[in-house]
Design a protein around this ligand. Structure first.
Ligand SMILES: CC(C)(COP(=O)(O)OP(=O)(O)OC[C@H]1O[C@@H](n2cnc3c(N)ncnc32)[C@H](O)[C@@H]1OP(=O)(O)O)[C@@H](O)C(=O)NCCC(=O)NCCS
Length: 185
């Protein structure tokens, strides 16, 4: 259990606890239909919705089953996205990875950089055995991030997602602790 949530520093990013003052930066990308559609949630179009969402995440964090980091860009001093380990199950030592970033910061390797830091602390400090992720089949960028991280595709949850209209499949990916250790001995 992380208490307090550790600050994780990478070359370009600082991963830290969420703050209510992040709501404006979060609104900037959370209202973006493309970010939300691929991110598997409804766009949050107002400042109040984003404040509520951050408050909810802070409450979840207190409950101990969800660890959500704000991703701050070092050079720009700006919150550019979020990354979380959710659905934490201590008994089975597993959690699910999720992330979303401001479109202006895509394609620079940041999602991969942040996830590597979160997986490292997940496997090494939280002693996770398994980290899973679900992704839409047309989310090519996220699939590539998962592949770069060493996740393996393990199957399809058929017609499990309907927020974009017709039912769509979700692809399931995972990485296990021994696989992580093999990549980062
Ligand atoms: C998916 C997402 C997190 C990727 O963030 P990012 O910072 O751009 O990711 P990275 O730069 O670390 O890596 C992206 C990789 O995907 C590749 N990629 C992105 N879009 C692509 C496309 N349309 N076709 C082929 N490759 C693509 C990039 O080239 C890069 O691979 P490379 O390093 O081998 O060149 C970001 O696009 C996002 O926030 N999307 C909306 C929310 C979301 O989808 N969340 C995940 C839900 S499962």
């Amino acid at each position: 259990m992380f208490n307090p949530l550790p600050v994780l520093e990478t070359s370009h990013l600082i991963l830290r606890e969420l703050r209510l003052s992040d709501a404006e930066d979060q609104l900037e990308y959370a209202q973006d239909d493309e970010v939300a559609a691929f991110g598997l949630w409804k766009p949050q179009k107002t400042l109040q919705e984003n404040l509520d969402d951050i408050q909810e995440s802070i409450r979840h964090y207190a409950a101990g089953d969800y660890f959500s980091w704000a991703v701050e860009h070092r050079a720009d001093h700006k919150m550019i996205g979020r990354i979380q380990l959710g659905a934490y199950n201590a008994a089975d030592a597993r959690a699910d990875l999720g992330y979303a970033y401001n479109r202006r910061y895509w394609g620079k390797g940041y999602a991969t950089e942040a996830a590597q830091a979160v997986l490292k602390i997940g496997f090494e400090s939280l002693k996770l055995h398994r980290v899973g992720a679900k992704v839409l089949p047309d989310n090519v960028g996220s699939i590539r991030v998962l592949e770069k991280l060493g996740f393996q595709r393990e199957g399809v949850v058929r017609q499990a997602y309907s927020l974009r209209g017709p039912y769509e499949d979700l692809l399931c990916y995972s990485i296990l602790a021994p696989e992580w250790r093999e990549m980062y001995p």
